[in-house]
Design a protein around this ligand. Structure first.
Ligand code: CAA
Length: 383
């Protein structure tokens, strides 16, 4: 067993950390305060190659392996989870499935533009009444001359207001259940595609989140991704990559919480000594370190399995479950180490806490991850 990263992986990781500290972290607080989706910063992230990190070079991507991609995502996530979400959605939920299921025409037409950041994509699976039960899509796709018309609504769609391309999942034949689903590559400038921003979120203020109304939105035949009937498989394949990316971003929150806590505990003095000298403070820091290490190792294992082309759905869910719960826990403890100072946004731990909270909800709740893991362990399709 080899726990060492290759020289190339170390170089990409260190470059990502340096980039995130120089470009991403300094803007994170103000972007969060102002609910600002920072297009300029997204362009810089794109210029680093991170929006197409795992896309093969022939389609304009960086051609990185999953382990290296995870290291990039971790370091951007440590600086700003909202910007990390942009990478996760673009790279994992959108690009990865176009690579797997797209025709050569679709790949050449879309991937270079997505990888370069010329256009953003979004993944429109969730609906107002369809969250965990993803197969139960209410959005309808009706066959018309030359293509399909989509009607329905989508909810909680990251990048939904800023995307030029939407992967929209819809039911073509309700009698077929999940085997009737299809995935459509929708140009968001089409009539009948109407996104609206969702405000009032607890965290991820600098990330874009939309509800989307689909009102007779036309999609031509050549913009069906994969086969009609393959939509559910495409959604699940996408989420296998997306959940890995969320896990990696949460390792970044854990790492950031740990580093900020150590720094603050060494500087802050009470009872004539640094609070780092108190055993109860060290206990919090020690537990943060353990959870950070465990989250990172579970995530890297899932990435390594992906790179080997081996089954990894269960291991990805294990990583997602553990890393997201650890991120919420570490961010909460980091606020405890900071005391009152951690309750305002002078320190990143306040944002870590708010931003981490959604990670146990989106791309499958912790309960859905447990369901997937429990099914794999028992062989019984429990609900
Ligand atoms: N890869 C490929 N295929 C898969 C798969 C995977 N990981 N998981 C399941 N499938 C296939 C199965 O093999 C099965 O295929 P067949 O019918 O050919 O046998 C089919 O899909 C149905 O599988 P299940 O019976 O397991 O399906 P289910 O209805 O019981 O659902 C579930 C399983 C795990 C609960 C799934 O519905 C699920 O993951 N739900 C959560 C959805 C989710 O994560 N939503 C978040 C949306 S994204 C988001 O958060 C917004 C954003 O913008 C970030």
């Amino acid at each position: 067993m080899d726990f060492d990263l290759s020289d190339e992986q170390l170089l990409v990781r260190d470059t990502a950390r340096e980039f995130a500290e120089r470009e991403v972290a300094p803007r994170a607080r103000d972007n969060s305060r102002n609910e600002h989706f920072d297009h300029e910063l997204v362009a810089k992230i794109a210029a680093q190659g991170y929006l197409g990190a795992i896309v093969p070079r022939e389609y304009g991507g960086a051609g990185l392996d999953y382990v290296t991609y995870g290291l990039v995502v971790e370091n951007v996530g440590r600086a700003c989870s909202a910007m990390r979400t942009v990478i996760s959605v673009q790279t994992s939920l959108v690009c990865s499935v176009i690579v797997t299921f797209g025709t050569e025409e679709q790949k050449h037409a879309l991937l270079p533009r997505l990888c370069s950041g010329e256009i953003l994509g979004c993944f429109a699976l969730t609906e107002p009444d369809t969250g965990s039960d993803a197969a139960n899509q209410k959005t309808r796709a009706t066959r018309v001359d030359g293509g399909w018309r989509l009607n329905g609504s989508k909810m909680w769609i990251s990048n939904g207001n800023v995307a030029k391309l939407a992967l929209v999942f819809a039911q073509t034949d309700p009698s077929l259940g999940h085997k009737g689903l299809a995935c459509f590559l929708v140009d968001t400038d089409q009539d009948g595609f109407v996104p609206s921003p969702i405000h009032g979120k607890m965290g991820m203020h600098a990330a874009d989140t939309a509800s989307i109304a689909l009102d007779d939105c036309f999609v031509p035949d050549d913009m069906v991704l994969g086969e009609v009937g393959q939509g559910f498989k495409i959604a699940m394949t996408s989420l296998d990559s997306g959940r890995y990316s969320v896990a990696a971003g949460c390792v970044g929150i854990c790492q950031g919480s740990l580093e900020e806590s150590v720094k603050y505990a060494q500087e802050r003095r009470q009872f004539d000594r640094p609070i780092a000298s108190f055993q109860l403070v060290q206990a919090m820091i020690a537990e943060m370190r353990v959870k950070t290490d465990a989250a990172r190792m579970l995530t890297l294992r899932a990435g390594w399995l992906k790179d080997q082309g081996r089954p990894n759905t269960t291991e990805t869910s294990i990583a997602k479950l553990f890393a997201t719960e650890a991120a919420v826990w570490c961010a909460n403890e980091a606020i405890q180490v900071h005391g009152g100072a951690g309750y305002v946004d002078d320190h990143p731990v306040e944002r870590y806490f708010r931003d981490s909270r959604v990670t146990t909800l989106y791309e499958g709740t912790s309960q859905i991850q447990k369901l997937i893991i429990g099914r794999a362990e028992t062989g019984i399709n429990a609900l």
